[in-house]
Design a protein around this ligand. Structure first.
Ligand code: SAM
Length: 184
């Protein structure tokens, strides 16, 4: 056997063209529902150059790095990270949550529903997310204004912080919602 062969099990990376799919956009229907439930989204720290999900939108292509800026001035934050940098973005989310004396605020994060993944799911989502919605069916993301083909995995919509009844109702329309239990 070729010792250099990659014998790692397939990860969600295998299902994405990392350059193109890192730009895939959240479907407008999900954004509209979240905006309604949250009474507007204050910040999208990883925005697409052509989208305006938040009242404030930071985009690397416009020279603004949402990973290095503080989110503390924003009550509601929506994060659909470039999936090849999930770990970095989830580390940022949990740092913002745990270092913020004003917490709870609400940070909503989209990721694949890869519940077995140690490096980011069990490091950041399992211990720190308060609610997780597992999508009913596959959420089709958008590319150039059109729905792209369905990914080969479901989406998890994780809520860090406050999740009021309006947000809970909305999440229940998109899938199966669970509340996490953490041991102190
Ligand atoms: C998966 S897309 C999501 C776009 C949009 N937020 C949405 O949900 O439709 C991630 C976007 O993050 C932007 N991005 C990547 N790294 C970034 C960074 N460090 N700071 C700000 N924006 C970034 C890219 O422009 C890319 O379009």
């Amino acid at each position: 056997m070729d010792e250099s062969a990659n014998t790692d099990p397939p990860s969600d990376f295998d299902f994405w063209d990392l350059d193109e799919k890192d730009d895939w956009q959240t479907p407008p229907a999900l954004i509209a529902d979240l905006q309604d439930a949250l009474d507007g989204i204050d910040l999208d720290p990883c925005a697409h150059p052509e989208s305006e999900i938040g009242a404030t939108n930071w985009c690397l292509e416009d020279g603004v790095d949402g990973l290095s800026k503080s989110w503390e001035d924003y009550e509601t934050v929506f994060v659909n990270p470039p999936f090849s940098y999930k770990t970095e973005w989830l580390e940022k989310v949990t740092n913002e949550c745990t270092n913020d004396p004003q917490w709870p605020r609400t940070v909503v994060v989209l990721t694949p529903d890869s519940t077995d993944t140690k490096s980011w799911w069990h490091t950041y989502i399992a211990p720190f997310a308060d609610y997780i919605c597992f999508s009913e069916g596959r959420i089709a993301y958008y590319e150039n204004g059109e729905a792209a083909p369905s990914p080969t995995f479901g989406t998890a919509i994780s809520v860090f912080g406050d999740c009021d009844s309006a947000l809970l109702d909305t999440l229940q329309q998109w899938g199966h919602v669970v509340k996490t239990v953490t041991q102190s």
